[in-house]
Design a protein around this ligand. Structure first.
Ligand SMILES: [Zn+2]
Length: 373
């Protein structure tokens, strides 16, 4: 069971240049700011998990000190550290979101070469919209140009992703906006951005991008990923409960579009419930297993509480650091294996059930909905 090849359905590339200690620590947090004065990013569950599970891959004793870990990392160099930690993860296929700080991290092609694993692209809708605007266009042309760009980028990808939760929260109108509403909003946005790349946060344009990509998903049977909960600081967490987005999820169900809810912390139970009632809803607990480290099994227990086993997906949500890719796999396998083993020992399921559930969440569900054979 531990040898089962995984599909990491949501992750990002790694930084390929050498990292200073400060740069390394910055990538150990979703915060935009350094840790509190006099503290380090190693002084939290993720820091312990890196020292426990990544140190041995760099030839150190488990739980080597943070200073020794950083020194060893620098002595080996970025290439070797990336290669070792990515190869050790044993992932068969990575689905890579290319829409976040893309110039600072490896492309899917570079990532495939570094890891020796297959890598496919997920296109971030809001990033494509910002590229279209930055390339310069008039408001009247914006809808057609965006549709064309999404279609072109989507032709090589296995899915789309939206970060509507970051940009507007889920407490917005969820229908597709009317044409005149889009043109008016595009006019305001393009005038304000004046040829520079400007952050897209107008609710009408966010909805327009989402529905434009959803149409392509409907035609091509591609999943649509939605960021939920834990992530960058620019999230108003209380308004990112995915149950606020029920109307959109229901509309996508009627279109037959699979929607995959990413991360979901602290709304893990809500995500499991949505996956139970909507035919098209899937969910993962990526990122948060890494950030909860020693306590990650408890998160997995919640994730397995109600949601169908055919609806949960594996994701590391690793960004920048190969440590996060490696830990994503180690902690996922440990958490899922531990909970299923408890069920087996208490007579709640058979060995065959355990194998089937593990295989479905590790790769079978993702292979089915992303068409990965
Ligand atoms: Zn992510």
């Amino acid at each position: 069971m531990q040898e089962i090849p995984l599909i990491d359905h949501h992750c990002h590339g790694v930084v390929t240049k050498e990292l200073t200690r400060d740069a390394l620590e910055a990538l150990m947090s979703e915060s935009y700011r350094p840790p509190a004065p006099g503290t380090t990013q190693f002084q939290k569950p993720l820091g312990l998990a890196i020292r426990r599970h990544c140190a041995p891959v760099l030839d150190l004793e488990p739980l080597a000190s943070a200073d020794d870990y950083v020194a060893r990392r620098m002595a080996l160099g970025a290439d070797e550290v990336n290669r070792r930690l990515l190869a050790a993860s044993g992932v068969a296929t990575h689905l890579i979101d290319t829409g976040h700080r893309a110039l600072e991290i490896s492309s899917p092609q570079q990532f495939a070469a570094l890891s020796g694993h297959a890598a496919r692209e997920i296109v971030r809708i809001e990033a494509v919209a910002e590229e279209v605007a930055a390339a310069g266009c008039g408001a009247a042309d914006y809808p057609a140009l965006l549709a064309e760009a999404l279609r072109e980028r989507g032709s090589r990808a296995v899915g789309f992703k939206s970060i509507v939760a970051y940009r507007t929260t889920f407490r917005i109108e969820q229908t597709a906006p009317g044409h005149s509403e889009v043109i008016a909003a595009a006019g305001r946005w393009l005038a304000a951005s004046a040829g520079r790349r400007a952050r897209l946060e107008d609710p009408a344009l966010i909805r327009h991008g989402l529905w434009s990509a959803a149409e392509i998903c409907r035609e091509r049977r591609l999943p649509l990923q939605l960021h939920v909960g834990f992530g960058d600081p620019d999230v108003y967490m209380h308004a990112c409960d995915p149950t606020h987005f029920t109307d959109f999820l229901r509309d996508m169900e009627s279109w037959g579009v699979a929607v995959t809810l990413l991360h979901n912390y602290p709304f893990v139970r809500e995500a499991g419930w949505l996956a139970e009632i909507f035919q098209n809803v899937y969910y993962d607990v990526g990122a948060i297993l890494n950030f909860t480290g020693a306590s990650s099994t408890r998160i997995m227990r919640d994730a397995l509480e109600l949601g169908p086993f055919t609806k949960q997906l594996f994701s590391s949500d690793a960004f920048g650091l190969p440590e996060l890719h490696h830990l994503g796999v180690v902690l996922f396998k440990r958490a899922l294996g531990t909970v299923l083993d408890e069920w087996l020992r208490s007579g709640e399921c058979t060995v065959k059930d355990v194998e089937e559930i593990f295989a479905a969440i590790a790769h079978g569900n993702a292979a089915r909905i992303y068409g990965l054979g």
